[in-house]
Design a binder for this molecule. Structure first.
Ligand code: ADP
Length: 600
């Protein structure tokens, strides 16, 4: 199984995980930080013109020191201008730091999404077997977006504000150390309350995010199987499941809101007490002549500014918690380790002929489980080999092992004598074409679906693929021919048509190995004949490994491998197996009696 080691991480750990995406944009980070520090410095300077106005101009003026001169007016004008310059500069610095952080956030999110997507593509099928697709989409799009949004609009400015608070308290201590100490003394209480309540918010926000994602997964599953839901009248079941999820999410949302409101109001309350204490003691110090009126004004302005980030933190706490939860969910995916990876010494596969050999291959999807036990057989190069076994025996599993979707628990699989475990996975898969039981098409034209991203295919090669897959008649009956659009997942086509498009897709690739996984199952007799004609036309062009539980396709094959009870029980040509007069011959006789049409 692919593994994850995600869990609760603190914001710093989360940030560190995304550092590789931030590091290439050091310019933007430094620009943002520099303008942030400038803004901080200007915020610290901001109340000082007021102090000078009160202490050096207004008070002496009211005391009559400037009577008959224009000095106070000039000073007032100068200080007002200075105030205006400080505020304007601060606005410019704030603009640039928002801009830098917003750009940084956008770039980082782009890189995180790309990294996440390419990592997800490397994950093994076992990961996808246990993951919910809707949840993955939410993580990929919603969580990454939310993480970036909150980091840029809340976390980075808040981090900057910590510097503001530090700077302001330092100046307060220098200005009047007693009042400074009184201002600081409530900080531990604020810190304690914030940490305690924000933990609660964080837990509820994480649960809410999980529930929202699970709801999205249910919705996507209900949409994906809308026909089954309708046919089985499961609308109400899905509806009530959705409502339950919705209800739970609402409850968590209320918990988050309640804790946030409590935090916000508690912070307000403490700030109120603190401001009253500073106002009272500050007033007293002014009366005692220990502090000037201007000094008290600076103090009050600083307190107001210093407490703003704390208020903001309590306001943003729920969003920050959701972002941290989103970050954790992204990290959970990034931490998932692909079960099957290239060996360190893996080499690029040479052009293959396609002689396939399974040697004592054992496998189970879970530990302790055994689906295949020491399976050994070979499929000669260029031949059509049929793997025959009852459903659920492990035929498709064998193909998955050959494609290296999973790692065998024991034994070895070889192609042209080379162990596939020693070949680069992409170079192996590039030489294999597959037609599955249920073909899913992509939204686009029939041409797009056959070419599937190939760009250098000649019209002759495409035409050959269409003829070989028995699609020519069908395509010419369409007014737009090859350019006819098919719905997402091919819903506008019949299963037989989809299967033949899949065969054309395989043929056009001209790969030496072709894997067919019960491509005719569930088809009507007419479609079965068309598909089976298509397969017959492929004979000799590639090594075909065809899994089926239907004997009618076996008789015409070059080689037949019969599996049962987790292992190969007999193998050979139709005639050889008939001569053995064992399992295959017995089944063939029954089928002959039942259908009377084994050979196609
Ligand atoms: P066949 O192709 O012969 O019908 P499969 O290879 O699809 O059989 O499956 C063999 C067995 O493995 C079945 O019992 C099936 O339930 C189980 N199986 C198949 N895929 C998975 C999976 N992804 N996880 C766990 N068990 C699986």
């Amino acid at each position: 199984m692919s593994t994850t080691n995600g869990g609760s991480q603190n914001p710093w750990q989360i940030f560190r995980r995304f550092w590789p995406e931030v590091a290439p944009h050091k310019g933007l980070l430094c620009g943002g930080a520099a303008t942030l520090f400038l803004e901080v410095a200007l915020r610290i300077i901001e109340p000082w013109p007021l102090k000078y106005l009160v202490d050096s101009v207004l008070t002496p003026s009211l005391e009559g020191n400037y009577r008959g001169t224009h000095a106070p007016l000039t000073s007032i004008a100068t200080l007002s201008l200075l105030y205006c310059v400080v505020i304007s500069l601060r606005a410019v610095a704030a603009y640039f730091n928002t801009l830098c952080f917003a750009h940084l956030g956008q770039r980082v999110v782009k890189r995180v999404r790309s990294r996440l997507f390419s990592h997800m593509q490397k994950l093994s099928l076992s990961y996808y077997a246990s993951a919910r697709h809707g949840d993955l989409v939410i993580r990929m799009i919603g969580d990454v977006g939310l993480f970036q949004d909150v980091m840029v609009t809340a976390a980075l400015p808040l981090a900057g504000n910590i510097v503001v608070i530090g700077g302001m308290f330092l100046v307060m201590l220098l200005l009047h150390w007693k009042l400074g100490l009184i201002s600081i003394c409530l900080l531990p209480a604020l810190y304690y309350m914030t940490v305690r309540l924000s933990r609660r918010i964080h837990t509820a926000a994480r649960r809410q995010r999980k529930l929202e994602s699970s709801m999205a997964a249910s919705v996507s599953e209900a949409f994906a199987s809308v026909a089954t839901v309708k046919a089985l009248a499961l609308e109400q079941t899905f509806g009530s499941l959705f409502s339950q999820g919705n209800e739970k999410s609402l409850k968590e949302g209320v918990t988050v809101q309640r804790a946030s409101a409590k935090l916000e109001r508690s912070v307000d309350f403490l700030i109120g007490i603190e401001s009253a204490a500073v106002l009272f003691l500050g007033g007293w110090f002014v009366l005692e002549g220990e502090l000037t009126i201007g000094g008290l004004l600076v103090f009050l302005a600083y307190l107001k500014n210093a407490f703003k980030p704390m208020r903001n933190y309590s306001k943003y706490c729920a969003r920050l918690s959701k972002a941290a939860a989103a970050g954790e969910r992204i990290i959970e995916i990034l931490d998932a380790v692909p079960e099957v990876e290239d060996a360190p010494d893996a080499v690029v596969a040479p052009p293959l002929q396609g002689a396939i050999e399974f040697r004592d291959v054992s496998f189970g999807y879970e530990s302790g489980q055994q689906i295949l036990s020491k399976v050994s057989f070979h499929a000669p190069a260029g031949c059509h080999t049929v793997l025959l076994a009852p459903s659920g025996t492990g035929k498709s599993t064998l193909l998955s092992l050959l494609l290296r979707f999973y790692q065998p628990d024991g034994g070895d699989i070889r192609v042209d004598g080379l162990s596939i475990a020693k070949l680069r996975i992409d170079s192996l898969r590039e030489q294999i074409a597959v037609v599955l039981q249920n073909t899913e098409l992509f939204a686009g034209s029939i041409r797009d679906n056959i070419l599937g991203g190939l760009t250098d295919v000649s019209e002759e090669r495409l035409h050959d693929a269409i003829v070989t897959s028995q699609l020519a008649g069908f395509i010419s009956s369409l007014s737009d021919g090859l350019d006819t659009l098919v719905g997402e997942r091919g819903v506008t086509l019949s299963k037989g048509q989809r299967q033949r498009i899949a065969i054309a897709r395989a043929v056009v690739r001209q790969r030496p190995i072709l894997l067919l996984d019960e491509p005719m199952s569930g088809l009507d007799p007419e479609s079965q004949k068309l598909v089976s004609d298509a397969i017959r036309m492929l004979a000799g062009r590639a090594t075909i490994l065809h899994v089926t539980h239907d004997l009618r396709h076996a008789a015409s094959a070059d080689h037949i491998v019969v599996l049962d009870e987790k292992r190969v029980i007999e193998a050979g040509s139709h005639l050889e197996l008939m001569a053995l007069n064992s399992r295959y011959a017995g089944l063939y006789a029954i089928q002959q009696a039942g259908f009377g049409e084994c050979r196609q």
